[in-house]
Design a protein around this ligand. Structure first.
Ligand SMILES: Nc1ncnc2c1ncn2[C@@H]1O[C@H](COP(=O)(O)OP(=O)(O)OP(=O)(O)O)[C@@H](O)[C@H]1O
Ligand SMILES: [Mg+2]
Length: 235
């Protein structure tokens, strides 16, 4: 297994408030890895630490064996890591098509992703191409946010709680779409509270608790062992 991304003993704080206490993990090429855990355990902070949005105080973030801790976020994005934040950032005044077009122009990375290819994954976005993004539903905005990140041609996609706040039927569709991205070979690091969503997609999981890794292993183990699931996640 060749690791694309490796975190070694990451500690991250917001000012004096310490949040991550030695997170180590790895993501191999082609894998879908899930950070699973409840509210406030440090999933988003782990992603922000990878992206350089909140700089770890100690620890190493290796991207293809190079230490990128301390790099500026745009440089990390250019190196091939795409971040889909939990707050679904789109340009509300621009149309769906313009949002995708702008993302491509801003990325500075060329590759296989085009607007038609994004529409193939998310057909709904084709229907809504001329609609202002501010008028989209939560699920549609989530698709657009993912589409915008794909237009930057990432090798690794960080997906922060994509299912949060969406209706079950919308979540089901999103799950199929993310699964299709995985089948097409994209490497994914997913943060989720939703056990069903994450265990249906993930190859491996890291269960976080209070800013540390409580458990790591194959997703299948958690899928099959309800008592382990219960113990780790109290669900
Ligand atoms: N900007 C910030 N300043 C100070 N503390 C923060 C900040 N962002 C998050 N925290 C704190 O850090 C801890 C971890 O938060 P984080 O957002 O990483 O958790 P999370 O697992 O993503 O949670 P959620 O499931 O709610 O998204 C929480 O206690 C939170 O209150
Ligand atoms: Mg979060």
């Amino acid at each position: 297994m060749s690791a694309l991304l490796e975190l070694h003993d990451i500690h991250t704080a917001y000012g004096l408030s310490r949040v991550l206490f030695g997170i180590s993990l790895e993501v191999a090429s082609g894998e879908c890895v899930c950070l699973l855990g409840r509210n406030g355990v440090g999933k988003t902070t782990t992603m922000r630490s990878i992206m350089g949005l909140t700089r770890p105080s100690t620890g190493r973030v290796l991207w293809k064996t190079r230490d990128i801790a301390g790099w500026a976020p745009h440089r990390i994005a250019r190196a091939g890591i795409g971040f889909v934040p939990e707050d679904r950032r789109v340009f509300a005044e621009l149309t769906v098509w313009e949002n995708l077009d702008v993302a491509e122009k801003a990325s500075g990375r060329t590759g296989a992703w085009t607007i038609p290819r994004v529409y193939e994954i998310f057909p709904k976005l084709r229907e809504l191409a001329d609609r202002q993004a501010g008028f989209l539903s939560g699920g549609e905005q989530q698709m657009l946010t993912i589409g915008r990140t794909l237009m930057c041609n990432p090798e690794l996609l960080l997906l922060d709680e994509p299912s949060e706040g969406l209706a079950p039927i919308v979540v089901d569709r999103l799950l199929e779409q993310v699964d299709e991205l995985k089948r097409q070979g994209l490497t994914i690091l997913l943060a989720e509270q939703g056990v069903d969503f994450s265990l249906r997609l993930a190859d491996r999981v890291y269960v976080l608790e209070k800013g540390a890794v409580r458990h790591s292993g194959p997703a299948a183990e958690l899928r099959e062992d309800s008592s382990l699931r219960q113990r780790l996640l109290a669900l």
